[in-house]
Design a protein around this ligand. Structure first.
Ligand SMILES: Cc1ncc(COP(=O)(O)O)c(C=O)c1O
Length: 383
């Protein structure tokens, strides 16, 4: 039975009950471990499911929101170019992909400006919703981010959730990387207001020691998701499904067949335990904050965004073209590899502490290497 579940048989409860039950169980554990709202647990109106990626979770959330909105108008003809979706200009590109795949049309995604900490401006979100309503559009979906890809900025869920509530919009929260941090109670203030969201996702494969791929996707209400994604052809009919007592996870995702991803997550949770996982997160956050303090204290480098968790965004004080040269030099050295982004109008280098075995001495030697390279380039003069 277990072997069948490891392959493509996990499509419904009847073909692999153990796989389904374990997935539900592990996702309920995470509700408790992460301090998520109780409505996200299977004990309540909602529940969790493992998707391959955050992109798939966002797409499923948008499909549920789309179906909910069109059903309100008894419209079964799909999108007619009227539905609109909202996300900050710092939201991940997967939101735009979801909007395109779901057929809303890319022009119907409103990218909302961010504030100085790169978080969505709720006042501008509300203004954009109002504008759409005046123009006869049908706003249906907002994606807020906890921990944006570029700089780990946190959108204000309380303010955004209140707006979504006022206009009956579906609020999806993407915490792909940062979600793992909420194992630590002291970091949970970042997720305040999550109870106002209809759906939520985070990726244990990013920062929770779990092999790729694994995204935990939660909904507060199962019904809208099932209405969007469940189809019951004759060949899938069975007594368990018809009893209404079991979860058929094929109805919580786009494909029919599915992998048994819960097992690896179960092993991670059981082998590290809550305290082991908390230590892993706390160590990385402490290392990143220490690195940020060294950068802040240096005369050559400056911090470009608040370093709240495990990501440090910085630049050289000599400006963008110098920072670009520094990045190229560092990455060519083979000693470390940094990615980059643009924050506001500044070119930023990104240092992420996420590797399982990273210790203080590694971060310290990376910092020394960065400083040495910056000083050498400065001595070389303009290129
Ligand atoms: C905030 C955020 N959302 C979504 C994604 C996309 O994740 P996935 O590769 O799981 O689709 C990322 C990836 O970096 C991300 O940082």
């Amino acid at each position: 039975m277990l072997c069948a579940g490891l392959g493509v048989q996990g499509m419904m409860w009847a073909t692999s009950p153990a796989c389904t039950e374990l997935e539900t169980h592990v996702l309920d554990w995470l509700v408790d471990m992460l301090g998520l709202p109780e409505a996200f647990s299977s004990r309540s109106t909602g529940g969790g499911v493992i998707q391959d990626s955050a992109s798939s979770a966002t797409l499923c959330a948008l499909l549920a929101a789309r179906e909910r909105t069109t059903a309100l108008h008894s419209d079964r003809h799909g999108c007619r170019g009227n539905l609109t979706a909202f996300a900050s200009e710092q939201a991940h590109s997967s939101v735009e992909k979801a909007v395109r795949v779901a057929g809303l049309g890319r022009d119907n995604l409103r990218r909302i400006e961010t504030d100085s900490s790169f978080a969505m401006r709720p006042d501008l979100l509300e203004r954009a919703i109002e504008r759409d309503l005046r123009d006869g559009k049908d706003p249906c979906f907002v994606c807020a981010t906890l921990g944006t890809t570029s700089s780990l900025a946190f959108d204000d869920l309380r303010a955004i959730g209140a707006i979504c509530g006022r206009y009956s919009l579906w609020l999806h929260v993407d915490a792909a990387l940062a979600g793992a941090a909420f194992l630590c109670p002291e970091l949970r203030p970042f997720q305040e207001g999550l109870e106002l969201a209809q759906s939520y996702c985070f990726n244990p494969h990013k920062w929770l020691l779990t092999n790729f791929d694994c995204d935990c996707f939660y909904v507060q209400q199962r019904e809208p998701l099932l209405q969007a994604l469940s189809i019951l052809p004759e060949y899938l009919r069975n007594k368990a499904s018809e009893s209404g007592e079991v979860f058929d996870y094929r109805d919580w995702q786009i494909p029919l067949g599915r992998r048994f991803r819960a097992l690896k997550l179960w092993f991670v949770l059981r082998s590290y335990g809550i305290q082991g996982l908390q230590r892993h997160i706390r160590d990385h956050v402490a290392l990143a904050r220490e690195l940020a303090s060294w950068i802040d204290a240096s005369t050559e480098l400056e911090i470009l965004a608040p370093a709240r968790l495990n990501l440090v965004c910085f630049a050289h004080r000599n400006g963008d073209s110098f920072s670009r040269r520094l990045l190229e030099d560092l990455n060519r050295s083979g000693e470390l590899y940094l990615t980059h982004t643009v924050l506001g109008d500044r070119f930023a280098l990104r240092f992420c502490v996420g590797q399982t075995f990273t210790e203080r001495r590694h971060v310290q030697s990376a910092f020394e290497h960065i400083l040495k390279a910056a000083r050498r380039l400065e001595a070389d003069g303009p290129c």
